[in-house]
Design a protein around this ligand. Sequence first.
Ligand code: ADP
Ligand code: NA
Length: 336
Amino acid sequence: TFQPRVFSGIQPSGGLTLGNYLGAMRRFVDWQDKGLNDGFETIFCMVDLHAITVWQDPEALRRQTRELAAGYIASGLDPAKAILFNQSQVHEHTQLAWIFNCIARMGWMQRMTQWKDKAGKNQQNASLGLFAYPSLMAADILVYHATHVPVGEDQKQHIELTRDIAIKFNNDYGVDFFPVTEPVIEGAATRVMSLRDGSKKMSKSDPSDMARINMTDDADAIAQKIRKARTDPEALPSEADGLEGRAEARNLVNIYAALADQTVDQVLADVGGKQFSEFKPMLAELAVAKLSPISTEMARLMEAPDEIDAILRNGAERARAIAAPVLKKTYDIVGM
Ligand code: ADP
Ligand code: NA
């Protein structure tokens, strides 16, 4: 049996969005505190090697990596409680990923919906790294023997693949070495949708979505994006069932519930019967109240890049202390 250990990561592939915050970062903070109480390690990473599976301008990548670290810290992650580091600084990830490239099957990768979405129609022209992404992600997780991975819904399939890789490795070599990791997908906002198109995920990696709420947006920008968000002409229902078939309405209520730390039914008990013209300003006010302290702190941290870099260097050392023996043992199992 494996001791509980939590790992997760975010790509420095653009500015953090409200989706990243509600679906991932806020959950990370909950897990950090739980880990502190219950005595297990929590490890949070900036996955820059994943970001470069599509082209990133080098200076932008450097800035976005620091900004992501600032976002982690401003949201409540604390280097005294959790390990925070940059993926490319811990070489064990890529070394284990190669082993996993030899365990995973082509067909497993071809089924990944993120691969199909991101590669689009022109798969021949996508990078090999984009195709192999889930194998590196499995290494990110399993090099720490992580048992729980808090993520948004879009990452569920990749965690399932991580489980398949752990199981096949253990079977192929007749060992019980890698844990079969659990995805942890919790809260009212596990899949925040675009404010323009209720069928598309809000994503920092989608530069065409100008309506996405960025963690660095000021109060006016947040209010304006919420005011312009697509809705339907109906009033808000008084129960969650009434959001059936109303993707845009459901999205705004989910966001409200997550920001307010309430369930969707609790929110609707209060706002049921209101028109969106009345609800949107309430949502904007709540979003600004929750996000502006974070963006202020992010801006302050961005003025101290040396401080951020020192935190990440220290985090990388602590991460390596866990990862190195796992990699060594893996090589030993494989016969190297
Ligand atoms: P993005 O798609 O914004 O580039 P990443 O691939 O870096 O995000 O994912 C980082 C984390 O944020 C993952 O756990 C992912 O599931 C979560 N996440 C990303 N977008 C959303 C969203 N719209 N709603 C909820 N969680 C999200
Ligand atoms: Na993603």
